[in-house]
Design a protein around this ligand. Structure first.
Ligand SMILES: Cc1cc2nc3c(=O)[nH]c(=O)nc-3n(C[C@H](O)[C@H](O)[C@H](O)COP(=O)(O)O)c2cc1C
Length: 314
């Protein structure tokens, strides 16, 4: 269709990003849409009233765990009137995962009146950039979008492709020291989403552009067949079990905090020891057990994999 005949479309990109990683991904995604006379792309950065400083102090990094898992909101700065009063045709919602949950700033935004107004009845494409454990966070995100009566049409996920536990070590170094790496003379790889994967996000923007040019309504997935969300089967059970244990630890930490801040600190140290034992012993053991049980678990895991890859598919 001739571009001059197309009804102008308004797209809102909502995001939070500490290091700029997610922002760069969203810029790459939307690059084919920007500068077009018939498309308006607005960026809305979610700004917590009390900033989460980066790099993190170790105590703060672990202290946000219970509130992340129990989705306790923080204060969010109000958004500009021009965005708040606009009607958008498509929302692109970028978020990162904190402790198998949507990060506190993004989840807090989803609990505001602004989110209710902006997302209600609108098609939403979620874009996740995290280390590589996002399945449970996305389950929570789906519940939020359902509550907000948004139409979740697509999901794009980008992860750190380095193998576990190297990507775990590298993200701890990045988050706590601010050093993305590589570290230790290249023994620990650079953390985060690769430059290639970031650049390749253009293909999603291109697909959205094609949908607009062909006057397709955004009521069903437009990113199918583009490798939008690849589910790593090896981590499905680990995440499901891990999330349950996070709920128990989260409740313990919140409960101890209500008794006294000192008790919460003590419980936090215990939790840190537990987490490190889990990550560097239980997780590798579970990975081996899964390989052994593959003939029995294979079908079930495949069904779960297909489910988690929805709505865009792999
Ligand atoms: C407190 C905290 C917890 C995190 N937990 C997870 C997690 O459970 N799973 C995961 O894949 N990544 C996790 N990450 C990594 C983030 O999802 C993300 O990749 C990183 O914070 C960089 O995002 P940003 O710079 O765009 O904000 C965590 C990061 C932080 C700061």
């Amino acid at each position: 269709m001739d571009a001059t005949q197309i009804k102008k479309k308004k797209i809102l990109v909502i995001y939070f990003s500490q290091t700029g990683q997610l922002y760069n991904i969203l810029q790459s995604f939307t690059s084919p849409l920007q500068g077009k006379s018939f498309i308006n792309v607005d960026f809305l950065e979610i700004q917590p009233k009390n900033k989460f400083p980066f790099p993190w102090r170790p105590v703060d990094f672990f202290d946000v765990f219970p509130e992340s898992v129990y989705e306790e909101p923080c204060g969010i700065c109000s958004i500009s009137d021009s965005i708040s009063n606009s009607e958008y045709d498509l929302i692109i919602l970028g978020y990162q995962v904190w402790y198998l949950s949507p990060s506190i700033p993004v989840m807090s935004f989803l609990k505001t009146k602004d989110a209710e107004r902006l997302l209600r009845g609108k098609p939403v494409i979620t874009v996740i950039a995290c280390r590589n454990m996002w399945l449970q966070a996305q389950e929570s995100m789906k519940r939020h979008l359902l509550r907000l009566k948004a139409n979740h049409i697509d999901n794009v996920t980008l992860v750190d492709n380095n193998p576990f536990p190297l990507n775990m070590l590298s993200i701890l170094i990045w988050m706590l020291l601010g050093k993305k790496g590589p570290s230790l003379n290249g023994k620990i790889p650079e953390s985060g989403i690769s430059g290639k994967d970031t650049g390749d996000c253009r293909r999603f923007g291109k697909a959205v552009l094609d949908a607009i040019l062909n006057e397709k309504m955004f009521c069903r997935p437009v990113l199918k067949g583009l490798g939008a969300a690849n589910v790593n089967e090896k981590f499905i059970l680990i995440e499901e079990i891990g999330y349950k244990s996070f709920k128990i630890w989260g409740a313990l930490l919140r409960g101890s905090g209500r008794v006294s801040p000192g008790l919460r600190k003590l419980a936090l140290i215990l939790y840190f020891v537990f987490l490190m034992i889990m990550v560097f012993t239980a997780v590798p053991i579970l990975l081996v057990v899964q390989i052994i049980l593959r003939p029995i678990l294979g079908k079930k895991l495949k069904a779960k994999r297909d489910y988690y890859a929805l709505p865009s598919g792999e």
